[in-house]
Write a protein that binds this ligand. Structure first.
Ligand code: DON
Length: 306
């Protein structure tokens, strides 16, 4: 595995066209595009890394996997009254479907869906309390208490978040919101601004590869049924209107973020995190996807074949 990761990292570093860093969140536009990292945490307890696997980056939409997990823990199946489970076929920040579908977002991973999930997990609490809960959960699943929110990124998102504010107010106009819109947006922007390394992320995703069980403690984080379903949503909706392409090329459930990270799950085998800040036109990491494609090829990991 170490040889495979070294080879992939070397190959990725040599590629000139790395895509483009996200520029609509000003503090992400300053990230050095030449960085690359890959981490693999195996279900058997082994860990492998290549590149700058300890460097922190903005996890952005990958945080939506963790907030969905928390929402399912609090509300169970009732989550599905607020958000759907269908791929959207539209960009992550699209508003068009929301009107036709009466303010119910297609899935929990597009921005509108994740904002609705943030509203669900707040349950009348202040953003600070909800964020503390989200961080505590991430500390537990990644075995790292030092993970924090990057306040500069959060401020930058807030300052340029008109599109997300529009999505939130539009949903609220259908009477769906439980908490004040501004507080929900504050919670959403801050959880997107959590900073983690690929090492952290690969560890954090391990319960999804391991039938819901947190491997180091042996305790269930979620039931095996729920882990299976979160993986299904990652596969069908985790890359927005690029989800089909990701399933075709990589063949594993995955969730991307505009910070350039991707968390991918090989059920029963491993949790994988990659980071390369340059994005493709859809907003998914260009070399991150390429690296996962190579890893899947070299390991034969796929949810579509034995
Ligand atoms: O709300 C936003 O636009 C960002 N905080 C998250 C978007 C994102 O990561 C899309 N993923 N590829």
């Amino acid at each position: 595995m170490q040889d495979i990761l070294n080879e992939i990292a070397k190959e990725m570093m040599a590629i000139k066209d790395k895509g483009k860093v996200a520029s609509y969140i000003p503090s992400l536009a300053n990230v050095d595009i030449n960085q690359f990292a890959i981490s693999v945490s195996l279900c058997n307890g082994e860990h492998y890394h290549a590149g700058c696997a300890n460097t922190l980056f903005s996890i952005q939409s990958i945080s939506k996997v963790f907030t969905l997990t928390l929402a399912l823990g609090k509300l169970g199946e009732n989550v599905w009254h607020r958000v759907g489970r269908e791929p959207s076929g539209d960009p992550f920040n699209s508003i068009v479907q929301l009107e036709h579908e009466h303010g119910k977002p297609r899935n929990p991973f597009i921005n509108a869906g994740a904002i609705a999930v943030a509203d669900l997990i707040m349950q009348g609490h202040e953003p600070k309390e909800t964020l503390a809960e989200i961080l505590q959960f991430i500390h537990y699943i990644s075995n790292d208490d030092s993970i924090l929110i990057d306040e500069e990124v959060a401020k930058s998102e807030l300052a340029t978040g008109s599109r997300n504010a529009s999505l939130a107010h539009f949903m609220a106009s259908f009477g769906h919101f439980i908490n004040p819109v501004d507080k929900v947006l504050g919670t959403y922007f801050h959880h997107c601004s959590i900073a983690m390394s690929t090492k952290n992320l690969a560890n954090a995703g391990l319960f999804l590869a391991n039938n819901g069980i947190h491997p180091s403690s042996g305790y269930p984080v979620v039931s095996s049924e729920r882990a299976k379903r979160i993986n299904a949503l990652m596969l069908t909706c985790g890359h927005y209107d690029g989800s089909g392409e990701f399933a075709f090329r990589v063949g594993l459930p995955g969730k991307s973020g505009v910070g350039g990270g991707i968390l991918a799950i090989a059920p029963g085998k491993a949790s994988i995190a990659v980071w390369s800040p340059g994005l493709d036109i859809i907003g998914n990491s260009k070399l991150g996807t390429k690296a996962l494609e190579l890893l899947a090829e070299k390991t034969s990991w796929s949810v579509f074949a034995k």
